[in-house]
Design a protein around this ligand. Structure first.
Ligand SMILES: NC(=O)c1ccc[n+]([C@@H]2O[C@H](COP(=O)([O-])OP(=O)(O)OC[C@H]3O[C@@H](n4cnc5c(N)ncnc54)[C@H](OP(=O)(O)O)[C@@H]3O)[C@@H](O)[C@H]2O)c1
Length: 262
């Protein structure tokens, strides 16, 4: 399928690893120029060089901490001064830690929501007027199934995800008249560094092997395995493309069938 994206410019956050890296790869393969963000400069630089060489696209690595307003503004400023335009925003950088209401201290909530909730909203707020001025754009928010499937042990993640799903739909209403289409993907368990850390922690808590823990975790999933980052990326690339021209405010799970609501 020809996605007609060659020459466009996308900003992908959390692009040095996992799902963000796979989305950057998918967009680069379609000929999309990229601004990539993460905090760690070395890994990000290596990803940028690799994509630039293999796909013949322009790639700008920007090291910034997106949990602060300064980090968000600096990223947008560097992206716009480098490319002079922006067609696509993929909000992906997030790392909410597990814990119940009674074990997770206020500082953890604040730090985690500063990135996943405020980071996403601030980036959209900065980029929306640019897209509006150029007559449209695509925003893809990578959220997570915990927003639809609450658990006590991941209350901060579930709450943040529910808020972001709500805001995705609200911003779709705001963007529609300007040609700005806002959609979301809810990944289920996806095999990334983040997933590995979660599995190792749970395995240690349960006194099980990593393999036993993963097998038990996946039992309720029709596909009975964690997903791969590329399986999220293929949908993200489609949603960012001109072909997804009559989709906005959607929230699509990529979760191996794990979430059972209609
Ligand atoms: N993996 C899953 O099973 C899963 C499931 C549901 C939802 N999700 C969501 O999908 C998104 C990506 O998850 P992932 O598993 O791919 O994560 P990951 O492998 O841990 O990668 C996270 C990326 O975000 C960057 N990052 C972290 N903190 C940052 C900050 N303060 N400012 C800028 N960049 C930052 C990291 O680089 P640096 O550390 O160098 O900054 C890295 O590039 C997250 O929003 C996550 O909640 C993942």
């Amino acid at each position: 399928m020809e996605l007609n994206m060659r020459g466009q410019v996308a900003l992908v956050t959390g692009a040095s690893k996992g799902i963000g890296k796979a989305i950057a790869e998918g967009l680069a393969a379609e000929g999309v120029n990229l601004a990539l963000c993460a905090r760690g400069a070395d890994l990000l630089e290596a990803v940028a060089q690799d994509l630039q060489q293999r796909h013949d696209v322009r790639v700008l690595p920007v090291s910034a901490d997106l949990s602060s307003l300064d980090g968000v503004c600096s990223l947008v400023q560097q992206t716009v001064s480098h490319f002079s335009t922006l067609d696509i925003l993929v909000n992906n950088a997030g790392a909410i830690r597990a814990g119940s209401l009674f074990t997770k201290p206020d500082e953890d909530w604040q730090t985690d929501w500063s990135l996943k909730v405020f980071g996403y909203l601030r980036l959209i707020r900065e980029i929306f007027p640019l897209m509006q001025a150029k007559g449209g754009g695509r925003i893809v928010n990578i959220i997570g199934t915990a927003g639809r499937q609450p658990t006590a042990g991941y209350i901060a993640g579930g709450g943040a995800n529910a808020a972001l799903m709500n805001m995705t739909k609200a911003l779709a209403e705001e963007g529609g008249p300007h040609g700005i289409l806002v959609n979301a993907i809810n990944p289920g368990p996806i095999r990334t560094e983040r997933w590995d850390t979660i599995m190792d922690t749970v395995a240690a808590q349960r006194g099980q092997s990593r393999q036993e823990t993963e097998a038990a975790w996946m039992q309720g999933y029709p596909l009975q395995r964690p997903g791969e980052p590329a399986e999220v990326a293929s949908l993200a690339v489609f949603l960012a493309s001109p072909l997804a021209s009559y989709m906005t405010g959607t929230i699509t799970p990529v979760d191996g069938g794990g979430v059972r609501c209609i």
